[in-house]
Ligand binder design. Structure first.
Ligand code: ARG
Ligand code: ZN
Length: 844
C-alpha cells in the first residue's frame, strides 16, 4: 500500500501527556500506558485509531472503564466519548525474540529500543506519527543496575527508575535502555551556566573505548552554542553503545543510542577514519536535539528537513574541527559514489519524496547527503549572514513544531525577500542535473554559456530547470587569478555570463568547492586539466582536475587499450613531491576514481562497462604510478612517519594516510616487504590494518591474517574489520568464494547487522568481485538476503540496493541479476521493505 504526501491530514486527537510503565522480562515484557487525549480542533474526523503491531493486548480502558476495542494487525480502533478522555491499556511484548531490531529488543543481554521511523507501535498502542507530540513520564522496572529513558531522572529505587521528559516529542524519539552497563561520566556547563551530566554507557570490557566519544560530545555541544546559538535543554545527556543496531545511531531525546561501531574508539582497535566518523556521528546525533527534536517533521515525507540540515551541520562541524577542503573532497567522493548512483537508477526519488510504501527504505543518500547539498546551495545563494538570520528565525518560529519544507523555505524567503519557488525544485524533483558549458573569447570579451538538462527518473519524465549556484574563478595563462570566486546563478535551462577587458583568454575554474550536486560536462583537454591541477587556487577544483585527468587516463586505457598517460604520471609525481600541499590532500589526489564511478561514467557515455577490464586498468595504472614514483615513494613514506603517542587528529592522520598511500604503491614493486615491516611494528589499528590490506592484495598476507585473528578474536568491532577486509582485498575471481567461506566461519552471525554488512556488504562494494562474470556474487548475496529477510527486513532491504545498477551492464549480467532479484521476490511472505526495494529496482 502506497502512502502519498498529498493525503496528509492531522491526527484527530491531541495527546496531552503519556505515562508508561515497563515491567521488563525477556519474552514477556508488560507495557502499561496511560494517555490523556483531547479532540484536535484542527482535525475534521473523530475516529480514534492507534497504531499497534505484534502486541498482545491484555486490557484497555477509557476513563477507567473497560473497553473492547477492535484490533487489526495495524492497530486498534475504539469508541470514545466527546471531549477529553484518558486511555489506558496493558500489552505484552517479547524483546528477546525481536530480531528485526525495531521497537524494544535485546542485544547482548541488554534491553534497548529503536523507534524511528515507526517502531513505537511495536511497543504499545499509540498514534505513532511525528506530528503527535507529547511529554512522557516513564517508569522502568527490572533487576538491571542501569535503567534509562528520555528526559530527566525522577525517583528511582531498587529495581525501578522513573524518568520525565518535559519537552513534547513524537513517539519516534522515545527510548528505553536497561542492562548491566558501565558509565563513562563527565559534565558540561552550557553557555547560560547550566550544569549537565553526561554519560556514555557501555558493556563491561568497553569502558576504555569511551574517552574519545566523550570529548567529541563536549566539542559538539560547544560548537552548536557558538555557531548556531543552540544550548542543551535537559539536566542529563546519555549515550548508549549497542552491538546489534540496524543503522549508525539514533537521536532519542536525551538518550542517544549508538551502534557500538559508531561510538567506541581506541587507538589499538580503531582506524583514523573510524575516529573521524565517530566524531561526526556523535555531533550529528547531538545536533538533532535542535534540528529534529525541538523542531521535528510533520510527516515522514519531510525527513530531509531534519536529516539534510543535520548532515549539513555535522559537515560544518567536521570542517571546523579538521580540514575543510579534505572534508569537502571526501564528501563529494561519497556523494558521487552513492547518491549519484541512486539518482541515476531505478531507486531515484526526490530529496522530499511524495510517496512511499515503507518509510525505512527512504533513509537514503538522497534524503541525507543530497538533502545536505541543497542546504549548502541555499547558503551559497543567500550568503552567510542571511543564512544565520534565517536559521535564527527558523528556531524561534518553529520551536516545538512538527514542520515542513515549506516552513523551512518560508523563513529564507522572509529574511532575504527572495522567491524560492524555483529553488524548491531541488526538493521535489529527482535526478542529477547535467550542466554543460561552452566558452568563447573575442576582443577581451569572455563568455560562458551553461545549459542544464536532467534525465528522466521514475515517475518524472520531464524536468524543469533548477537554480544552480556556480562558483567560478578565472585564471590567466600564468596561473594567476584574474577573477576571484564569484557565484553565478544559473536559473534557466540555458544562460550566458560575460566578462570584458581581459588581456587574454582565461582558464575557467568552474563549480569551485563543488557548489552544486550536478554533473559538469565540459569538453576540455588534459592540458587544461594538468594546468588546473598545478595552478587552481581552489583546493577542491585542484583535486577535481587531478581526478578528471585520472578518469580520462583510465577511460582511454579501458576503451582504447592505451598505455597510462605520461602527463598524468608526471602530474601525480609532482603532487607527491609538493611539500606545500598538506599530506591528507596529497593522499586524496593520489587516489583513483572508484570502479563504480568509472562504470557510471562509461555507461553515461553509452559504453557497456566491463568490470573486469576496469579492474585491470586500475591495476595497470597503479603499477605504472609505482614505477614512475619509485624513487620518491620511500622518501615520502619516511617523511610521513609520525613520532610519539598516537593521536587521531587531522594532522597526524593525514601523514599516516599519505604514508599508507605511498606504501600501497611501493608494495607493487617490493613484494610487500615494507608492508610486512609496518605490520610487525604497528602499535595502532590504522597502521596495522592498512599493512594487512596491502599484504592481502599482494596475496602474501596469510600469516599476518591469522596472527591478526588470534590477536583480536575477542573484539567484535575488530573482527568486523577482519571479515570485511578479506573480501574487499580479494581478487575479483576470489571475492565471492571468500565471502561464502566467511559466512561459514564460527564467528559469522547473520543476525548481527555489523557482521552481516562487514561480509556481504564488502562483497557488494567490491565492484569487479560482485559483478564477476561467474555470477557467484549475485547468487551468494541473494541467498543471504533470502535468509535474512524474515529475521531482519530493514537490513535486508538496504542491501538490495546492490542490485540497483543492473541496467548498466551487459545482457548476460543483466539476466543473472534479474534472475536473482526474481528469485528473492518469489519468496513467500517477503517483507514489505524488501519487496518494495526489489519491485522498484525491477520496474526500471
Ligand atoms: N535518525 C537517525 C539518524 O539520522 C537514523 C535512524 C534511522 N532509522 C531507521 N529505521 N531508518 O541519525
Ligand atoms: Zn540524522
Amino acid at each position: 500500500q502506497t502512502i502519498f504526501l498529498k493525503d496528509y491530514t492531522p491526527f484527530d486527537y491531541i495527546v496531552q501527556d503519556v505515562h508508561l510503565t515497563f515491567k521488563l522480562a525477556p519474552r514477556a515484557t508488560r507495557v502499561i500506558s496511560r494517555i490523556r487525549f483531547a479532540p484536535n480542533p484542527d482535525a475534521s474526523d473523530t475516529t480514534f485509531f492507534l497504531h499497534g503491531e505484534q502486541l498482545d493486548l491484555k486490557w484497555a480502558k477509557i476513563n477507567g472503564a473497560d473497553i473492547a476495542p477492535s484490533i487489526t494487525p495495524e492497530g486498534l480502533t475504539a469508541e470514545v466519548p466527546e471531549g477529553a478522555f484518558t486511555f489506558e491499556c496493558e500489552v505484552e511484548i517479547s524483546p528477546e525474540t525481536n530480531t528485526a531490531l525495531e521497537g524494544l529488543y535485546m542485544s547482548g543481554g541488554m534491553y534497548c529500543t529503536q523507534c524511528e521511523a515507526e517502531g513505537f507501535r511495536k511497543i504499545t498502542y499509540y498514534p505513532d506519527r511525528p506530528d503527535v507530540m507529547s511529554t512522557f513520564t516513564v517508569r522502568v522496572e527490572g533487576p538491571h543496575p542501569v535503567l534509562l529513558s528520555n528526559g530527566n531522572p525522577a525517583t528511582s529505587g531498587e529495581h525501578f527508575a522513573e524518568w520525565h521528559d518535559p519537552w513534547p516529542k513524537p513517539a519516534y524519539l522515545f527510548a528505553l535502555v536497561a542492562g548491566d552497563l558501565i558509565a563513562h561520566p563527565d559534565r558540561f556547563t552550557t553557555m547560560s551556566g547550566k550544569d549537565v551530566e553526561l554519560n556514555i554507557y557501555v558493556r563491561k570490557g568497553d569502558e576504555n573505548k569511551c574517552a574519545f566519544g566523550m570529548e567529541a560530545l563536549k566539542k559538539s555541544m560547544t560548537w552548536d552554542e557558538k555557531v548556531y546559538g543552540r544550548e542543551y535543554d535537559l539536566d542529563i545527556f546519555n549515550i548508549v553503545a549497542v552491538d546489534d543496531f540496524n543503522m549508525g545511531a539514533m537521536e532519542n531525546k536525551g538518550l542517544n543510542v549508538f551502534n557500538s561501531s559508531c561510538v567506541l574508539a581506541s587507538p589499538e582497535t580503531s582506524t583514523d577514519a573510524n575516529f573521524e566518523r565517530i566524531e561526526a556521528i556523535i555531533a550529528h546525533e547531538y545536533f538533532h536535539n535542535w534540528t529534529g527534536n525541538r523542531i521535528t517533521c510533520r510527516d515522514w515525507f519531510q525527513l530531509c528537513l531534519k536529516e539534510g540540515l543535520t548532515v549539513y551541520r555535522d559537515s560544518q562541524f567536521t570542517s571546523d574541527m579538521r580540514s575543510a577542503s579534505v572534508k569537502r573532497i571526501s564528501d563529494v567522493i561519497d556523494l558521487r559514489g552513492r547518491q549519484f548512483a541512486e539518482d541515476g537508477g531505478p531507486l531515484a526519488h526526490p530529496v522530499r519524496p511524495d510517496r512511499f510504501v515503507e518509510i525505512n527504505n527512504f533513509y537514503t543518500a538522497t534524503v541525507y547527503e543530497k538533502g545536505a547539498e541543497v542546504i549548502g546551495m541555499l547558503k551559497t545563494l543567500v550568503g552567510d549572514a542571511d543564512y544565520a538570520k534565517a536559521l535564527d528565525l527558523y528556531f524561534e518560529r518553529h520551536d516545538g513544531d512538527a514542520a515542513t519544507i515549506e516552513d523551512w523555505l518560508q523563513v529564507f524567503e522572509e529574511v532575504t525577500g527572495r522567491n524560492l519557488k524555483r529553488f524548491k525544485r531541488w526538493y521535489t524533483s529527482a535526478g542529477t542535473p547535467q550542466l554543460s558549458v561552452k566558452e568563447s573569447f573575442k576582443n577581451g570579451r569572455y563568455k560562458l554559456t551553461f545549459r542544464q538538462e536532467t534525465p528522466p527518473t521514475p515517475g518524472q519524465p520531464q524536468k524543469k530547470p533548477r537554480v544552480i549556484p556556480i562558483a567560478l574563478g578565472l585564471l590567466d595563462e600564468s596561473g594567476a587569478e584574474v577573477l576571484p570566486t564569484q557565484i553565478l546563478e544559473m536559473d534557466k535551462r540555458q544562460k550566458s555570463f560575460k566578462w570584458k577587458g581581459l588581456a587574454s583568454k582565461p582558464v575557467p575554474s568552474i563549480l569551485r568547492g563543488f557548489s552544486a550536486p550536478v554533473i559538469l560536462k565540459r569538453d576540455t583537454d588534459d592540458v587544461e586539466r594538468a594546468f588546473l591541477l598545478a595552478h587552481d587556487t581552489d583546493p577542491f577544483n585542484r583535486w577535481e582536475a587531478g581526478r578528471e585527468l585520472a578518469k580520462s587516463t583510465l577511460l582511454n586505457m579501458i576503451e582504447n587499450g592505451a598505455p597510462p598517460n605520461a602527463g598524468y604520471l608526471d602530474g601525480m609525481l609532482a603532487v607527491l613531491r609538493d611539500d606545500t600541499l598538506d599530506p591528507a590532500t596529497r593522499a586524496l589526489m593520489l587516489g583513483l576514481p572508484s570502479q563504480s564511478e568509472l562504470t557510471q561514467t562509461l555507461s553515461d557515455k553509452g559504453v557497456v562497462p566491463d568490470p573486469q577490464a576496469i579492474y585491470e586498468a586500475v591495476q595497470t595504472l597503479k603499477l605504472a604510478m609505482a614505477q614512475h614514483m619509485q624513487d620518491t615513494l620511500p622518501r615520502v613514506y619516511a617523511q610521513c612517519q609520525v613520532e610519539g603517542p598516537y593521536s587521531p587528529d587531522a594532522e597526524p592522520a593525514g601523514k599516516r594516510e599519505l604514508a599508507i598511500a605511498a606504501l600501497g604503491l611501493g608494495s607493487r614493486l617490493d613484494g610487500g616487504k615494507a608492508a610486512k615491516e609496518q605490520f610487525a611494528r604497528a602499535d595502532n589499528m590504522t597502521l596495522q590494518i592498512s599493512a594487512l590490506a596491502i599484504l592481502l592484495r599482494q596475496k602474501v598476507g596469510d600469516a599476518e591474517l591469522s596472527g591478526f585473528y588470534e590477536q583480536w578474536k575477542h573484539d567484535r568491532l575488530v573482527m568486523d574489520k577482519w571479515f570485511g577486509l578479506q573480501v574487499s582485498a580479494a581478487a575479483p575471481e576470489d571475492a565471492a568464494e571468500i565471502a561464502d567461506k566467511l559466512t561459514q566461519h564460527p564467528d559469522f552471525d547473520h543476525k548481527n547487522p555489523n557482521r552481516f554488512r562487514a561480509t556481504l556488504g564488502a562483497l557488494a562494494a567490491h565492484h569487479a568481485g560482485f559483478h564477476h562474470i561467474s555470477g557467484r556474487g549475485y547468487t551468494l548475496l541473494a541467498d543471504w538476503l533470502i535468509t535474512l529477510d524474515p529475521i531482519n527486513p530493514q537490513t535486508t532491504a538496504r542491501m538490495c540496493a546492490a542490485f540497483q545498477t543492473w541496467k548498466r551492464y551487459d545482457l548476460k549480467r543483466q539476466e543473472m541479476i534479474l534472475a536473482e532479484v526474481d528469485r528473492i521476490l518469489a519468496q513467500p511472505n517477503l517483507s514489505r521493505d524488501t519487496s518494495e526495494m526489489l519491485t522498484r529496482i525491477r520496474s526500471a
